[in-house]
Design a protein around this ligand. Structure first.
Ligand code: PEP
Ligand code: MN
Length: 337
């Protein structure tokens, strides 16, 4: 239920209302919109006499939140959520450009790529130190050493760090080095992991699962937000369809759909979305034109020898060219790089 409090209500009275709702056994979340305190009170099967609540002093109106992703919905929080990542506010007019290798492979690789993407205009360096791999025999990442390298490379060029956290036990470790905790597509419904990052003090980049509906994806975001971490950046990275000419099918429909349903920012990963180097730029341009808040793109200076995802990694020069095209598109739609 959404409880709208009287405008100008004293802080003590708003807290008192929140406290009374908590005593019913509800989980209580608060936001503000146009000078009005809004309380989202959630809890399945908790019996509450809402007519009584409606009559409480200080309560203006009640509104049922009809979508299952309550706190992630625009009903609860009507305006866009902005999430600070380095020098970019994700979800603002400024597009968030994250780029880097699929996996951190070593010092020289990470520094070379960090320098290139930073010169091109990226504000965050991506790179996996713990890699989810379809085959148990594939490279699984450098672990903590990879995180250290990534952090050093990012710091050298003024970039923020985005890196994947595979497991609940790894959350504190990855959070020590990364500015954004990436939840991979394969982990989108790992509820223990979602809960763990929900308690972390870092933004979460939540990738859409390979076979997840938009509602399931938003429900996963709800798991994180309901634990107290409202800093969730959604990432469309392609879904599995019957098509075989591309690695995945990038669902650009999801952008305007999510934008209407949720206040959370949504970025696009055209690298995993297509799986093919020369398809990345066209889909990146389309994603920005469709209203995405940013892009996360794999870039490698020597993709033929990359430990993972070389075939979909852009050369630095291609990334540079893409960013200038993105700049033009951004101008046309009232945004900027
Ligand atoms: C990645 O970003 O390298 C990755 C493994 O992504 P996804 O979880 O979307 O497959
Ligand atoms: Mn990858």
């Amino acid at each position: 239920m959404l409880i709208l409090l009287r405008k100008g209500i004293p802080e003590g009275q708003a807290n008192d209302i929140a406290g009374r709702l908590r005593m019913f056994g509800l989980s209580v979340h608060r936001t503000e919109h146009e000078g009005q305190v809004r309380i989202g009170a959630v809890g399945d099967g908790v019996p509450v006499d809402w007519d009584r609540v409606r009559a409480w002093e200080g309560v203006d109106a009640l509104e049922k939140i009809r979508v299952p992703f309550k706190l992630a919905s625009r009903v609860f929080h009507p305006h866009d959520t902005l999430i600070t990542v380095g020098r970019c506010a994700v979800g603002s007019d400024q597009l968030s450009l994250m780029a880097g290798p699929c996996s951190v492979e070593g010092e020289e690789q990470a520094f070379t790529i960090a320098e290139a993407v930073s010169k091109a205009g990226a504000t965050a360096l991506r790179g996996g130190a713990y890699k989810p791999r379809t085959s148990p025999y594939s490279f699984r990442g450098l672990g903590e050493e990879g995180l250290k390298i990534l952090r050093r490379a990012a710091d050298a060029f003024g970039l923020a760090v985005v890196s994947e956290v595979l497991d609940t036990e790894l959350v504190p470790l990855v959070a020590r080095y990364a500015d954004v905790l990436q939840i991979g597509a394969r982990n989108m419904q790992n509820y223990a992991l979602l809960r763990a990052v929900g308690h972390a003090d870092k933004p979460v980049l939540l990738k859409r699962g390979l076979a997840a509906t938009i509602e399931e994806w938003l429900m996963s975001a709800e798991h994180v937000v309901s634990q107290g971490n409202a800093q969730v950046i959604l990432c469309e990275r392609g879904i599995r369809t019957f098509e075989t000419y591309t690695r995945n099918t990038l669902d650009l429909n999801a952008i305007p759909v999510v934008k209407e349903l949720s206040h959370l920012p949504v970025i696009v990963d055209p690298s995993h979305g297509t799986g093919i180097r020369n398809k990345v730029a066209p889909m990146a341009r389309a994603a920005i034109a469709a209203g995405a808040d940013g892009l996360i793109i794999e870039v490698h200076h020597d993709p033929d020898h990359a430990m993972s995802d070389g075939a979909q990694s852009l050369y630095p020069a291609q990334y540079d060219e893409l960013v200038s095209q993105i700049r033009t598109i951004a101008n046309a739609i009232g945004r900027r790089v």
